[in-house]
Design a protein around this ligand. Structure first.
Ligand code: NCD
Length: 430
């Protein structure tokens, strides 16, 4: 097998769109056996699946993809060409993706897991330089894009804020972008104005990734959010089609929810409950876009009790820095996703997400810290997924995704077996 058993099986389940239970039944094995095959190699409970199962699963997947080929005219060619914008290899919006292409990107992210988990190293991007241009506050997006590029063997040059860039001297976006393109091989840009990253992208032929453009989009965050939901659902034996997704907080200015809502809409029959304080509702054009894509149910509310029955609660921070004349009516201490709220309205299989940073200061209420030890809180697993997903984005945009598998070598240092204290609980996921 060219890939690990775990990657192979997860990919098969995703392609067939089957939960663990249904997949186990289709293959004719006990769910418990399947669980042990899905563990990381090297973990104590791990078991190798029999050769006959490997052949059988390969056959079902191949049959399914043959059927798909006849059923719909499958597009071909490298993924980067299929998601290109105006012929350029850039990531500006989630609207560049369809369900097929997003899942193809996730197969590349799965391949990256041994590198992201510090078991393997790769140098497929050796010699390449990333320009990380952040004209707005950032911690995880900037560092995780940088770390993802480094883990593929590239190097990173950073600039942060307007004050220390030539834009403070009146330089245009066009000039900055063109000049940077002479220095680096790819750029990640975060900028406070909606549409500005697209302007950077028009001025260059090197790959540009939108790291957040004002209240516009944050495509890489939405991709890692969707990847997290699919991974958590696979652990819980759920399918995304038909799921109930709740988004809370500042849905007007929160760019992560703008991108995530559009991306989730590629699936079928979802129920979306959009709960915001008064005046911070999801923009109408995004709701219309989602309504056009499939038979989704979209409900808007100002009452947190409407989290009832959610499969996913995605909380967000109020983006006060983007306010013009809004008042925060209705955003009181009760407007908070807390342990009491999810204990009252949701079951033990709900997952609670947040793009982070959560505002932990007094008077901020996006997500309570009393969920910190609750396994339903997926925020750190979500943030960890930023690495494999951003590695996949770079590998695809720079056209090296097919070289990754054979480029991997064992790490020479001794990383901890679990990167976070609570990871052991979710061992089965990785
Ligand atoms: C978000 C952002 O910058 O849009 N953070 C992130 O990138 N993970 C969310 C926020 O700032 O509230």
């Amino acid at each position: 097998m060219a890939v690990s058993q775990q990657v192979f099986l997860r990919d098969a389940m995703r392609r067939l769109n089957l939960t663990r239970d249904v997949f186990a039944a289709r293959v004719g094995v006990k769910r418990r056996a399947l669980d042990t095959w899905l563990l990381p190699e090297g973990s104590q409970e791990f078991r190798s699946m029999p050769e006959v199962v490997l052949r059988f699963v390969t056959e079902i997947v191949e049959n399914e993809s043959l059927l798909n080929k006849y059923a719909q005219s499958v597009q071909s060619g490298p993924l980067r060409d299929r998601i290109a914008v105006g012929g350029k290899h850039q990531l500006l919006s989630v609207e560049q993706f369809g369900r097929e292409s997003v899942e193809e990107l996730f197969r590349v992210a799965d391949l990256m897991q041994p590198i992201a988990r510090r078991q393997k190293v790769s140098r497929v991007l050796e010699g390449a330089v990333l320009g990380n241009l952040f004209f707005e506050a950032s911690t995880r997006t900037r560092v995780s894009f940088g770390a993802a590029f480094c883990r593929l063997g590239g190097s990173v040059c950073d600039t942060t804020g307007f004050t220390f860039s030539s834009m403070a001297k009146g330089e245009s976006i066009y000039d900055t972008s063109r000049v940077m393109s002479g220095y680096v091989d790819a750029m990640v840009i975060r900028h406070p104005e909606q549409g500005s990253v697209a302007e950077f992208a028009r001025a260059t032929n090197i790959p540009v990734v939108n790291g957040g453009d004002g209240a516009g989009e944050h495509p890489s965050q939405a991709l890692l959010d969707l990847y997290t939901i699919l991974t958590e659902f696979s652990r819980l034996g759920k399918l995304l089609d038909g799921a109930h997704i709740v988004m809370t907080g500042d849905l007007k200015y929160g760019r992560t929810v703008h991108s995530l809502l559009k991306l989730l809409a590629l699936y079928r029959g979802l129920k979306f409950t959009l709960i915001s304080p008064l005046g911070l509702e999801m923009p109408e054009d995004i709701i219309e876009h989602v309504a056009k894509l499939s038979n989704h149910v979209i409900e808007q509310s100002h009452d947190l009790a409407d989290v009832k029955g959610a499969d996913v609660i995605y909380a967000t921070r109020v983006q006060k820095e983007r306010f013009s004349d809004e008042q925060l009516e209705g955003y009181t201490a009760d407007f908070q996703v807390s342990k009491a709220l999810i204990d009252q309205y949701c079951d033990e299989n709900v997952i609670v997400m947040h793009p982070l940073p959560r505002d932990s200061r007094e008077g901020a209420h996006d997500l309570s810290v009393d969920l910190n030890d609750d396994p339903r809180l997926a925020i750190f697993r979500q943030a960890d997924n930023g690495i494999p997903v951003r590695m996949a984005i770079f590998a695809v945009l720079l056209g090296v995704e097919n070289l990754v598998q054979h480029s991997m070598r064992d790490v020479t240092w001794n990383p901890p077996s679990h990167i976070g204290p609570e990871d052991a609980v979710f061992h089965g996921m990785y």
